[in-house]
Write a protein that binds this ligand. Structure first.
Ligand code: FAD
Ligand code: NAD
Length: 466
């Protein structure tokens, strides 16, 4: 078969690239090594983790807040099997949706491992059955990432596990050890803390979610401590052993003492690494950098004309929506358009409760740049909407240029922050000033009023409700 474009990998980067190529009239194929489409995000990432986060949050509410709302129920118990089953159904509905989208857009789907024979010829090796080769004008590599490992922590997928196994537990851990206080650790740790686990986080740096505005990590730490998390910062993990029913993780504390952490499960979540195994990149001369990421130019094209790469397998944030933007970008570039991505405005979200979200510069980045800025902040405890739903933790923090009032960054922790950050993205894309947002009507009562109030606070300190 001869295609205009072939996409390797069907995660949010790959399937979006394929759809956009097809929309633009290009004859398109997609190759996926797994039996289902959707990549990490739909199968073992964003979607299943959010399904379990929602279920466990319902349980925590039934246990802790129903009574105050005036709802009397017997003490609820966890049916983990049902939670995992529902999660599976959510995943299935999502991956079936991608099959439908491929059919609708007349994209040919090949199941099997894709690899290069040359720049215009790809081999597809299915787990069973015959190998195939196809001809293609352009190639988009969207092969994603897999969990990073530590040499001292042997993942056995039984008690020393990664996020993938943590999405399919058969029992709620009693004492869960998390290596890494990043997004995966805190989200999956939240699931099991809400279901009753004591969670110990061993983190190498001096804060959780170290890449986000520092104020967010500080507030999130306070909230998570209340639900059963304990944090061990500046600790260096030196080993982990599964002795049958127990895991022992050894870590050096800041004074150099070696401490034994004991638990029934340990999740290793210290980042993810690009996945390019078996692509045979050397056959075409596509280069990877020292961290294994495919090297691309500003147009996401590799050094080989006509071969592009997107998503987790290249530089930048490892986020589904970043991969999607890049998928669209490359498809439109191939079709001769001149698209643009504003990387500064890709929001980051952590789906704990309260949720955490940020976009633009952090306060630490503005300080390092020597930029003159002002800060406006508004706490959810002063929000009528948050009082009604008993979600009083957190705040919205707006950073604006001291001279022009242009919004430079918005960082929030609070109810529905994951959805609320979209307003900040729109505002910043249109280069709004804090005063612009503060003069726009925000429906009352909504959580978004906190964004307006934080903008008012940044504009001559004139928040109304505090
Ligand atoms: P992937 O989704 O990794 O897809 C790559 C695909 O390529 C895979 O299906 C793989 O099988 C296939 N493949 C690889 N090599 C070959 C080959 N040679 N031939 C054929 N197929 C191949 N991001 C968010 O934005 N929001 C979230 O809430 C979120 N939650 C997450 C939760 C967890 C637990 C994890 C692990 C990740 C989460 N992420 C989240 C990150 C997100 O999943 C990734 O950023 C996103 O999936 C990257 O998309 P991608 O298309 O680059 O690659
Ligand atoms: P991460 O980069 O978010 O966090 C890893 C954490 O581990 C960091 O805090 C880091 O300092 C720490 N760490 C690194 N080495 C360590 C060591 N030896 N000992 C102790 N701590 C160590 O990575 P992650 O949580 O594994 O997530 C992987 C990727 O998946 C991230 O890039 C993230 O963007 C993406 N993801 C996104 C979401 C979301 O958008 N809500 C959810 C899950 C995952």
């Amino acid at each position: 078969m001869q295609y205009d474009v072939t996409v390797i990998g069907s995660g949010p980067g790959g399937y979006v690239a394929a759809i956009r190529c097809a929309q633009l009239g290009l004859k398109t194929a997609i190759i996926e090594k797994y039996s289902t489409l959707g990549g990490t995000c739909l199968n073992v990432g964003c979607i299943p983790s959010k399904a379990l986060l929602d279920s466990s949050e319902h349980f925590a509410n039934a246990l802790h807040t129903f009574k105050e709302h005036g709802i009397e129920i017997n003490v609820p118990t966890v049916n983990l099997g049902q939670m995992i089953k529902r999660k599976g159904e959510v995943v299935k509905a999502s991956v079936d949706g991608i099959n439908y989208l491929m059919r609708k857009n007349k994209i040919d789907v090949y199941q099997g491992m894709g690899s290069f024979i040359d720049k215009n010829t790809l081999k597809i090796t299915p787990e069973s059955g015959e190998e195939k080769t196809i001809q293609t004008g352009k190639v988009i590599i969207a092969t994603g990432s897999k969990p990073s490992t530590l040499p001292s922590v042997p993942v056995d997928k039984k008690r020393i596990i990664t996020s993938t196994e943590a999405l399919n537990m058969t029992e709620v851990p009693k004492n869960l050890i998390l290596i890494g206080g990043g997004v995966i650790g805190l989200e999956l740790g939240s699931v099991y803390a809400r279901l009753g686990a004591k969670v110990s986080v061993i983190e190498y740096t001096d804060t959780i979610i170290p890449t986000m505005d520092r104020a967010l990590g500080k507030e999130l730490q306070k909230v998570l401590t209340k639900i059963g998390f304990t944090f061990y910062f500046n600790h260096k993990v030196t080993g982990a052993v599964n002795s049958g029913n127990e895991v022992t993780v050894k870590a050096e504390d800041p004074s150099g003492n070696v401490i034994d952490f004991k638990g029934d499960y340990c999740i290793l979540a210290v980042g993810r690494k690009p996945y390019t195994d078996k692509l045979d990149l050397d056959k075409v001369g596509v280069k990877v950098d020292e961290r294994g990421k495919i090297v691309v130019n500003d147009h996401l094209e590799t050094a080989i004309p006509g071969i592009y790469a997107i998503g987790d397998v290249i530089k930048g944030a490892m986020l589904a929506h970043k991969a999607e933007e890049e998928g669209t970008y490359v498809a439109e570039t191939i079709a001769g358009q001149k698209p643009h991505i504003n990387y500064k405005l890709i929001p980051g979200v952590v789906y704990t409760w309260p949720e955490v979200a940020g976009v633009g510069s952090t306060e630490e980045e503005l300080k390092a740049e020597g930029k003159a800025y002002k800060v406006g902040s508004f706490p959810f405890k002063a929000s009528g909407r948050a009082r009604a739903s008993m979600d009083l933790d957190g705040f919205v923090k707006v950073l604006a240029d001291k001279n022009t009032d242009e919004i430079l960054g918005v960082h929030m922790i609070g109810p529905r922050a994951a959805d609320m950050i979209a307003e900040a993205v729109v505002a910043m894309e249109f280069r709004a000033s804090a005063e612009d947002i503060s003069r726009m009507s925000h429906a009352h009562p909504t959580y978004t009023e906190a964004m307006k109030e934080a903008c008012l606070a940044a504009t001559e300190n004139r928040a109304l409700h505090i």
